[in-house]
Design a protein around this ligand. Structure first.
Ligand code: SF4
Length: 299
């Protein structure tokens, strides 16, 4: 496996490999990173898909972040990871220049795209990966067609993103046992996600109950199955692990190794679902922002 980088962050020794594998070790009882290992960054709120459950509330004329002119970008650490999302990040005209800037700083950039945008822009994605502008690729599922499965299977670092309450049994039937990686995200009761939950409540809850009940089976159908912290809570994922395995696999609470920056509204917070009174004005340094988040997390 190609080693992308090895670094020490607080009391954590980390190795990152080209296939997305990350190994973290410490000699202490607890991981205490000095700076955030991974930052979720929203770069635009523009998107033409109009998904009813969009917790970002993205629209075709949504705002773009001024991503080439924010000081904090120059304070990112080598091998620090950023997960870029939107909106549709491909709608940001400065995306490639921004990715080049991150690459110069040796920052590891990952992006998330909707399936439709991924399939329409597969060459851009391929070129960005070949040029090492992006490493991880998240693709939000719309429809698990055989063409889609064939296309995504060509990207070893691709992870299919699905939402608890939107994912249905037929999706798992079609995607399962094909050596794919899947990330289950919790349902975010925010912006349009909140309106859609009120409108289609029963349907969403039925799907969430099905997923929770069948999770142990579903795990075995994927090469890798991972969860965000909201899904871990909604699906009570911990019940499927022994204590030892949980300690080995759980990456930590939001705000411990990670936080969220909204470059559109120029705010930062513990996560993208943080309440609006827990979102703070953007600062000029990623470490200063992490200190604020860590203090909040400790409280
Ligand atoms: S959920 Fe994603 S694809 Fe859908 S409207 Fe929102 S940003 Fe666009």
């Amino acid at each position: 496996m190609e080693l992308l980088g090895r670094y020490v962050n607080g009391n954590v020794r980390t190795m990152i490999f080209a296939d997305g594998t990350k190994v973290r070790e410490t000699d202490d009882d607890e991981f205490m990173p000095a700076y955030a290992e991974n930052i979720d960054i929203k770069i635009c709120n523009r998107c033409d898909r109009g998904c009813k459950f969009c917790h970002e509330g993205s629209t075709p004329d949504g705002k773009l972040g001024d991503i080439l002119n924010e000081n904090f970008v120059d304070t990112l650490h080598p091998y620090q990871e950023v997960a870029l999302g939107g909106g549709n990040v491909l709608e940001h005209p400065d995306l490639i220049s921004f990715l080049q800037k991150l690459k110069e700083r040796k920052v590891i950039a990952n992006i998330t795209l909707n399936q439709v945008h991924f399939e329409k822009n597969i060459e851009v994605v391929e070129n960005s990966i070949n040029e090492k502008l992006i490493y991880g690729l998240g693709v939000s599922l719309v429809n698990p067609t055989s063409e889609f499965i064939e296309k995504i299977s060509k990207f070893p670092n691709a992870v299919i993103h699905v939402i608890n309450g939107i994912l249905k049994p037929s999706d798992v039937e079609l995607l399962g046992n094909k050596g794919l990686k899947m990330l289950i995200l919790g349902y975010k009761n925010l912006r349009r996600g909140s309106e859609w939950l009120a409108e289609d409540h029963e349907n969403i809850v039925v799907k969430q109950m099905w997923l929770k009940e069948n999770l142990a089976d579903i795990v075995n159908k994927f090469k890798v199955l991972s969860f965000d912290n909201l899904a871990i809570e909604q699906l009570d994922v911990q019940r499927l692990f022994t204590k030892e395995k949980w300690d080995e696999f759980y990456a930590g609470d939001d705000g411990k190794n990670t936080y969220y920056i909204d470059m559109v509204e120029r705010k930062f917070a513990r996560s993208s679902t943080a309440p609006f009174n827990k979102r703070y004005d953007l600062m000029d340094s990623v470490d200063e922002m992490f200190t604020v988040i860590r203090k909040e997390t400790k409280k």
